[in-house]
Design a binder for this molecule. Structure first.
Ligand code: BGC
Length: 366
């Protein structure tokens, strides 16, 4: 079977190659992979900046956002052939730490966790996959190929869970929300925010392309004129760009008891001069700035549930570039109007509800 692999640390090593077919163990599902999503983390790996292969290996199968269909399932498992499944990215550390021991591996304390397609474990951009059933999350057949968004949505589900948890330290509501960045994570964060029925603003640099419309369709307000022009007193800022200047600027636009959630990964080694008012105002008005990464099973299940109740036309516009496996190189080339690019594996075995009735882009591979 074919898989997209890379030698972590070598920016010239990305290739599609023949690899051994998986042999599922007693507790494992065999999945036919339908789609793999591509995100900023994949680009960081293929540019040689982060990632490492499984022990004893040189190459890493890339990809951690994916959708597969069960071919075979262990007897007595909750899965049956034909089920759609989103595989979980992170696996608990071997110690395990107190969090990994109870399934909260997204909060691992010793850093010895692995992440499929990123750190120490092969990923999901392969035609087939053997996956321990405990790391598989069922996706509604109604969601079809849009289930490829469950992983990025799980990151957002965790972010919102933690925001609401922190907010509950006092009498507080997320009445005014700002999302910075209208990429897939920012758009999904906006989706979750608008479900709360509150005022949501989104800041991005794009002046045209699909982002303003996607934000508007959710009933949120789109801005591209800079942070200083969109007001203050936000109860929540969800920072999804990783832009360090923006990260340092957003606490100032929160109101008393405001919460800044950092979900974008900032480049290493940047320095800025910071005014001490930043720290002073965090203290004097009970503001919080916190970071969040990854999700555990609870967040994947919440993500799958929310996506299944979301307008599929809108979700179909988020997954706005679908590239067949044979053109895999094109999938890793960035274009200005990209929102979420996915590789589509062809053809799925046994007939699959891979296309929703609505929201399909006209250039989708058939
Ligand atoms: C993934 C997370 C992962 C993080 C850091 C993100 O792109 O969605 O699951 O933990 O990268 O590697």
């Amino acid at each position: 079977m074919k898989a997209v692999t890379v030698v972590p640390g070598d920016a010239t090593s990305l290739r599609l190659e023949e690899v051994a077919e998986p042999e599922p163990g007693a507790d494992e599902l065999l999945l036919t992979m339908l789609m793999a999503g591509i995100c900023g983390t994949d680009h960081e790996i293929l540019e040689g900046d982060i990632g490492y292969p499984a022990p004893g290996r040189d190459r890493l199968v890339l990809g951690h956002e994916a959708l597969g269909q069960v071919s075979t399932a262990p007897e007595g498992s909750d899965f049956s052939p034909g089920d759609l499944v989103a595989p979980i990215v992170r696996r608990p550390d071997p110690v395990p730490c107190a969090n990994c021991a109870v399934g909260e591996w997204d909060m691992c304390r010793n850093g010895r966790f692995t992440e499929a397609g990123i750190r120490g474990l092969d990923g999901y951009t392969a035609q087939e996959l053997s996956l321990p059933a405990e790391f598989a999350v069922k996706v509604s057949p109604d969601l079809g190929y849009l289930g490829v968004l469950v992983e990025p949505a799980s990151v957002v589900a965790k972010a919102w869970e933690h925001i609401l948890h922190i907010g509950s330290r006092g009498h507080w509501s997320a009445n005014r929300v700002l999302v910075t960045g209208a990429g897939p994570i920012g758009l999904l964060a906006t989706l979750f925010a608008t479900r709360l029925g509150v005022e949501v603003h989104v800041l991005d640099r794009a002046t045209d392309g699909p982002k303003p419309g996607l934000v508007g369709d959710l009933g949120a307000l789109y801005h591209n004129e800079g942070l200083e022009r969109i007001g203050e007193q936000f109860d929540v800022v969800l920072e999804c760009t990783g832009d360090f200047d923006l990260v340092m600027a957003v606490p100032a636009v929160t109101g008393p008891n405001g919460i800044v959630c950092l979900a974008g990964v900032t480049d290493e080694g940047h320095q800025v001069v910071v005014n001490s008012d930043l720290a002073r105002n965090l203290v004097l008005e009970n503001r919080t700035v916190f970071g969040t990464v990854n999700g555990n099973r609870r967040h994947y299940e919440e993500a799958a549930r929310v996506l299944a109740h979301t307008d599929q036309t809108w979700l179909g516009q988020v997954v706005n570039r679908r590239i067949p496996l044979d053109d895999w190189k094109e999938a890793y080339t960035r274009h200005p109007d990209d929102v979420k690019t996915v590789i589509q594996f062809l053809p799925p075995k046994g007939g699959v509800p891979a296309q929703p009735a609505r929201g399909d882009s006209p250039d989708a591979p058939s």
